[in-house]
Design a protein around this ligand. Sequence first.
Ligand SMILES: O=C(O)C1=C[C@@H](OP(=O)(O)O)[C@@H](O)[C@H](O)C1
Ligand SMILES: C=C(OP(=O)(O)O)C(=O)O
Length: 434
Amino acid sequence: MFDYNTQASKFKFQGEIVVPGDKSIGHTAIALGALANGVTQISNFSYSDDLTVTAKVFEKLGAKIHTEMSTDDMIIKGVNHQLKSLDEPLNVDNVGALESLLLGILATNTNEYVIQGGKYLSKRSIQRLVKLLKEMGVKIQQLTDNVLPVKIQGSDNLKGITYQQDISSAQIKSGLVLAGIYAKSPTVIIRKLPTRDHTEILANYFGANIVTTPETITVNPEKTELTGQSLTIPGDFSSAALYIAGALLSKGSQIRLPKVGLNSTRIGLLKVAKQMGANIILESHSINSVEPFGDLVIKSQQLHGTKITAQQVPFIIDEIPLVALMASQAEGQTVIEGIHDVHLQLSDRIRNMRVELAKLGIIMQVNDDSIVIEGEQKIKVKDNVDSHNDHRIAMMLCIASILTETPFKIKNIESIDISYPSFLSDMKKVLVAR
Ligand SMILES: O=C(O)C1=C[C@@H](OP(=O)(O)O)[C@@H](O)[C@H](O)C1
Ligand SMILES: C=C(OP(=O)(O)O)C(=O)O
């Protein structure tokens, strides 16, 4: 509903910016803290629209959540797996990560719940996870075919299952892992490709017994008791990626990003940038925390095209719009393979980024299983652009805007609140006209 007017100047990045805490880890930490016995203390928790929805849902289910806004500390008193029964539906809005975590958790409880979703989640199929949970013994009734709302009644006698992944989705995996924690027998997930692993890492930190190999994830439920923990959430790599792409592309840039999350399943963009010829400096690296983090220094560099394989795609899943922008400014062609088997993101993200970048004169070919992007495309503004209420597209378009002197409008800019509400003001702090 709000238009953002970009500026009639090219910019470069200079200085240092601390990005907010990771959204994906935030969802998982709230879910586990709410479910656990005792108190969980989360440092560097950053509220965004999506995390507000998650906190509200778990408060409704009985968890007590206190947030110290001045210090970004969140304290959760968990329900020790005794979820409150409810007469009203739980609304997950358009928060995909919450939808699957919640289905997995409610699967383990005998109360009946209704889960509702917003515009996008009322269209995105949840058939895969529903089918798997039903195999475990959960009763799920879908009021419309394969989408939210659903009525779910879990069981305290769930049977572990073996799931051969047919799609590389971290969310489906997370739902199944959480259901498996309280089942009566082990659940085994045979991987298609590795995806982000925050759920496995944090669940083990809270007391679960999940064994991972490159090929499998085994959830051993025997005697599992989740206990409240203390943890610090690192900076969100997906937010840092905006500055990484922006600084690489805008001549004369140098930016430092302290304490960014560096979980290897999230930082595919660093590998892609390296393949494209970039040298990103890692100044310090802490691996002794629950999730690794470090300081990154990025300078503008001329990039060249590359081939991004299907195995790399889950590790750049939320950064594909930024990778497309980088590819369009590099020398030569870039191909992103294996896009067919990824989970449909929020809006139809790949289609929407293609349509909106075309309005800025950036053309790409989207095939059934690949994207082909020619390099050295000049940005030529032909029309105003639209975020399609997708925060990743809105913020990528903001980065594109600093590469051109021609101003344009970004419609529905408020979608940035989904993950990074302070993005525009943060970005301004480190932008210098060139
Ligand atoms: O688990 C998560 O927090 C997420 C997993 C990813 O989805 P899929 O791997 O299911 O596609 C990612 O795109 C989404 O933004 C958040
Ligand atoms: C799609 C995203 O998140 P979710 O799937 O949780 O809505 C995202 O953060 O880009």
